[in-house]
Design a protein. Structure first.
Length: 219
């Protein structure tokens, strides 16, 4: 399976560098308040989107929520779930983590509650979510769509957009903007690495984090 080279580049960065790059490019895409509850390190890839809610599910045979996303997912993918219904019910659980792990999926981001988090911790599968619950989605939520537009925090996310998540934040980058955002983030990361080397060499922090640092997003 061929890895998307843009995903490979994204995985070498951290969320803060990408956030700074969005600022530099005049873009938005930061979703805060979605902590990492399981898994180690950052997750990055292209979004498979799932929208959950109350009401009538789409046509076709009954299927557990997020199962479609897992079945089409690959190692380049992160599943992104909108569960903004206001109903206390999990948008993800332990068996879904197991299924996603088998597929090699890079992680899941849920704008809403998740459950079975101890199972996801044991599996080492990366789960980012608003909160934890024990309440099942059965009888409470349905899957409204897969790979259609969703909202996470204040960010609109389309299927195929790029996402990177770590303990600082969840960041979304529109697919059409990924080239210039990656270039800006890589430049920022390289310049911060040079600053860190200067600090280790004994240069005063005031000199290192002076005008060059403050002007970095404008140059």
């Amino acid at each position: 399976m061929t890895m998307d080279p843009l995903v490979e580049r994204l995985r070498r960065l951290d969320a803060c560098a990408v956030s700074d790059a969005l600022d530099k490019c005049g873009l938005t895409g930061v979703a805060t308040g979605i902590p990492q509850f399981s898994g180690a390190g950052r997750s990055a890839g292209r979004a498979i989107t799932v929208k959950l809610g109350v009401g009538n599910r789409g046509s076709g045979p009954p299927k557990h929520l997020c199962a479609n996303a897992i079945e089409i997912g690959e190692p380049d993918n992160v599943i992104v779930v909108e569960q903004r219904s206001g109903v206390e019910a999990a948008g993800w659980g332990g068996l879904l983590s197991q299924g996603a792990l088998v597929r090699g999926i890079a992680g899941v981001i849920v704008d809403g509650p998740v459950r079975d988090i101890d199972q996801s911790i044991e599996l080492g599968f990366p789960v980012f979510a608003r909160s934890l619950t024990s309440l099942t989605a059965r009888g409470r939520l349905v899957e409204l769509s897969t790979n259609e537009r969703v909202t996470v925090g204040e960010v609109t996310v389309d299927a195929g957009d790029y996402v990177i998540a770590d303990r600082s934040a969840v960041i979304f980058v529109p697919a059409a903007e990924i080239d210039r955002v990656l270039a800006a983030a890589e430049d920022i990361a390289a310049r911060e690495d040079a600053m860190a080397k200067a600090l280790r060499a004994g240069k005063p922090i005031g000199a290192v984090m002076g005008g060059d640092y403050e002007d970095m997003l404008r140059s």
